[in-house]
Design a protein around this ligand. Sequence first.
Ligand code: NAP
Length: 286
Amino acid sequence: MEAALKIGWIGLGNMGNPMANNLLNAGLDLTVYNRTKNKEESLLQAGARSASSPQALMDSCDIIITMLSDDAAVKAIFEGPSGLLSSANSGKLIIDMSTVAPATSRYLSEACNKHQLNFLDAPVSGSVKPAQDGTLIILVGGTEENYAKAKPIFDILGKLSIHLGPTGAGSSAKLAINYLLGLNLQGLAETVLFAERNGISKENMLTIINESACGNGISKLKATSIINNSYPAAFALKHLVKDLRLAGEAGLNAALFNPLFESFQKAQEEGLGNEDVMAIIKSINQ
Ligand code: NAP
């Protein structure tokens, strides 16, 4: 990648912060913007510059990456006052790595095209630890040419990037993998609680699961949280509710989908939205 290229990063939450940090550590020229300014501090100390608005960041960078909560947040950053699309910047590339509806990705791509800007949807599979380790899986929709331009950045952020097709393909794949994530979390919680009600400790049941063919990355990753009954957000439960809602809107109508969605919605209504997705076990255990 051209060393002189200036990279702009918007959205320094649980995922954006470690991802942007990896770009800095790789020696890239990085400018950041976050709505809540104090989340920029660690990156500024590590050598990033701060932009006063998305528009200012857009004006001063060549490739702009967004990693924001949801469709409304992304649209606000693109189209709001002092947003990314507020001034003329033809030829630049914007990569949205947030999980949003495929329709939103296509909408943003068209809005970019009207401004002679290039766009990729590139949501990620993997949570905070893979974000820190640069081992995310990056699911990309858009043109080959734009993918080729972004690939050196994806190689820093992830262990794998896959170009899946036209705009929206990355977002479609992301909604599918997060349905499976939801099924895993729900199944793990129900299994551990069922065993516990029949006298099997959580510790023993998690050992059985994780030593068996049923164990997987999620059951291993979440075992400590379940044992300690502590769920600080790596992936906030409210974001999975959003992803399941988007999957339903995108046509997911499988037998397990509606009960799964209702279970996570109920957990959010009970006030668990800002805890980790694994806090679903607290909602089920009532
Ligand atoms: P997060 O910790 O909640 O951070 C969200 C970011 O969006 C923050 O920078 C927040 O700014 C910003 N934001 C929200 N609403 C905004 C608005 N209206 N205007 C401007 N900025 C706004 O979320 P995250 O966990 O990093 O996730 C980011 C995206 O990645 C989500 O789409 C999520 O579904 C997806 N994802 C997450 C994980 C995970 O494990 N966490 C894994 C894969 C994909 P403030 O700091 O000002 O609130």
